[in-house]
Design a protein around this ligand. Structure first.
Ligand code: G3P
Length: 218
């Protein structure tokens, strides 16, 4: 399973990269705004800065909601750096743009996916990644992980190569459940990725080992 970090914060991206387990980055306009990155030029520069930190795929989202606008912005984003994946919203023109970019061999991530039907359509349009938002479904009392299961089954039934990128991942158990279901990728905040490290028996066991070593080496 690939690990992406879901942030536009360069320090957190560097930290995850230093851990040695990072396969890519996802961003969205809200995450950019959270870091105070505004204005088209600054946003484009920020994508390049992210690409220069990580080795893997970096999703960069179009703002246009019409086909021509998405194609124009997507081509501009893809030309920025070979690691860029064009992120498109799951709407009718987004699907048309997805097929357009597939034919041009430009990689895409179809975002804001909340149903298996949407994921099926994105796969048929040749999306590289599809991003179901599990946390936001949980937020409205709908089982986000069930959606990952449904998409996994459908993609396996037909051999679709579109990768399931579980998004809106909020905590360690989301990551662990996605791994058991067979999501291809999770994108999560640094706190959730680092949460995988933690176990109280690891901490107490290490403390005992060090104390015993120090006793014997006095
Ligand atoms: O990857 C999508 C993500 O950024 C949305 O997460 O926590 O805002 O639902 P959240």
């Amino acid at each position: 399973m690939k690990f992406f970090i879901d942030t536009a914060n360069l320090e957190q991206i560097k930290e995850a990269q230093a851990l040695g387990v990072l396969d890519g980055v996802t961003t969205n306009p809200s995450l950019m705004a959270k870091e105070g990155i505004t204005g088209a030029d600054n946003i484009l520069k920020h994508y390049v800065a992210i690409c220069n930190i990580v080795d893997g795929d970096v999703s960069a989202e179009v703002i246009a909601t019409d086909f021509e606008g998405m194609v124009k912005q997507g081509e501009e984003l893809a030309a920025l750096h070979p690691q860029i994946v064009v992120k498109l919203p799951m709407i009718s023109d987004g699907i048309k743009a997805c097929k357009y970019f597939f034919d041009k061999e430009i990689r895409t991530n179809v975002t804001l996916v909340f149903s298996a039907g949407q994921a099926l359509l994105a796969a048929k349009a040749g999306a590289t990644y599809v991003s179901p938002f599990i946390g936001r479904l949980d937020d409205i009392s709908t089982d986000g992980l069930k959606l990952i299961e449904e998409i996994r089954l459908i993609y396996d039934n037909y051999g679709y190569e579109t990768q399931i990128l579980a998004a809106s991942v909020r905590h360690v158990m989301h990551i662990m459940n996605c791994a058991q279901i067979g999501a291809d990728v999770i994108t999560a905040p640094l706190s959730a990725i680092e949460g995988l490290l933690k176990h109280p028996l690891t901490d107490s066991g290490l403390a005992t080992f060090l104390a015993d070593y120090n006793k014997g080496n006095k």
